[in-house]
Design a protein around this ligand. Structure first.
Ligand SMILES: [Zn+2]
Length: 352
């Protein structure tokens, strides 16, 4: 049993700021949380960051630039040509490099869109259950999808409509989750209205019953209303949207609604997998409390993980606070000033 003492801690799902906190920890899991009269250090304890949407395998392409989203990540584009030619051992190295980068930055879990066949997730090289692969089974593999498999659809154009519906149903019946990229660009929305007579968001919710929507850059009010009505969460990747010139999601409207939101860095080729930088990109548009929640407990919850400083949980870290910081400024400082260099220690539920 280990006794950890912190001047401050963000406790529970609400990230309530408590002072003078002592955690008893056994095998990296919290056994008790107590407030005491004084703790003589300047450490903050907070949940690990959670990257709710990443593509880890395209890491070696980092630095590549082009103005066209289609050229970058579309079918037959730079990224897909690269992934097709990556050997199994290169692929493994790429994913592990992304994983090590994320862990080094205090990102203690992710949902990773893997883009090969079922084999890619069965042989996923990261042995940490907080880092969840979302696979892309082929039509031929439908019968062989193991229980608990999660799927990450490229878009509503991945298969014909019936196959999309069938696949997401099989995933749900097996206890897995279905996520999908939606409305990232206007062309996929136009395609959806032309072919399915409604938005890709409406199709993904009403027909596929997906567990989360990625991007929603061009969602309209009807989509957002439907998301709230069906409790369908969204994962925002704002730095990616800026990088690919896709526009920005309707954040004000989303904040007005009771919709769970997570944060993702998207493609490892675009940026470092830094949720710190994602938080900074949101400071002018989202309140600090909400950003912190999206970057930790809320994002992890969308992916099915119990996160946050609670008895029984793990996945937290200590941050060195500036000596002169006042209590009321701590959340603001974490969101808009802190980064991975302020991390003092990390406790992950999976031993590395
Ligand atoms: Zn993506």
């Amino acid at each position: 049993m280990q006794e950890l003492r912190f001047r401050y801690a963000f406790v529970g799902k609400e990230l309530k700021l408590l002072e003078n906190v002592v955690l008893l920890v056994d095998d990296r899991h919290i056994v008790s949380i107590e407030e005491v009269s004084e703790v003589d250090n300047s450490l903050l304890c907070m949940p690990g960051l959670f990257n709710a949407h990443v593509h880890s395998a395209d890491f070696p392409l980092r630095g590549v630039r082009t103005d066209s989203l289609e050229m970058l990540v579309g079918k037959g584009g730079i990224k897909h040509r690269f992934l097709k030619n990556q050997s199994k051992s290169e692929l493994k190295r790429s994913i592990l490099h992304s994983y090590n980068e994320a862990m080094g930055m205090g990102v203690l879990g992710w949902s990773d869109f893997r883009e090969g066949s079922l084999d890619d997730i069965i042989h996923y090289p990261v042995e940490n259950h907080n880092f969840i692969p979302f696979g892309r089974p082929t039509v031929d593999e439908i019968e062989d999808i193991p229980d608990s498999t999660c799927i990450g659809f490229r878009s509503i154009r991945s298969f014909d409509a019936d196959t999309m519906i069938l696949m997401s149903r099989i995933i749900a019946e097996g206890g897995g989750k279905s996520f999908i990229h939606v409305s990232e660009g206007n062309s996929i929305r136009k395609y959806s209205f032309d072919m399915l007579n409604r938005s890709d968001i409406a199709f993904a919710i009403d027909d596929m019953h997906v567990d989360a929507l990625i991007h929603i850059t061009h969602a309209d009010s009807a989509d957002i209303e439907l998301m709230e009505k069906t409790s369908t969460p969204a994962i925002l990747c704002v730095r990616s949207n800026i990088f690919t010139n896709s526009g920005l999601p309707p954040i004000d409207e989303l904040l007005d609604r009771d919709i769970k939101l997570g944060i993702g860095t998207d493609n490892a080729m675009f940026h470092k997998l830094s949720i710190w930088d994602e938080m900074k990109s949101l400071v002018k548009i989202i309140p600090y409390d909400r950003i912190l929640s999206m970057a930790t407990v809320e994002g992890a919850d969308i992916c099915g993980l119990d996160w946050g400083l609670n008895v029984g949980n793990s996945n937290f870290m200590s941050i060195s606070l500036p000596a002169k910081i006042e209590r009321r400024n701590i959340k603001e400082w974490i969101v808009s000033n802190a980064d991975y260099t302020d991390i003092v220690d990390k406790w992950s539920s999976t031993d590395e």
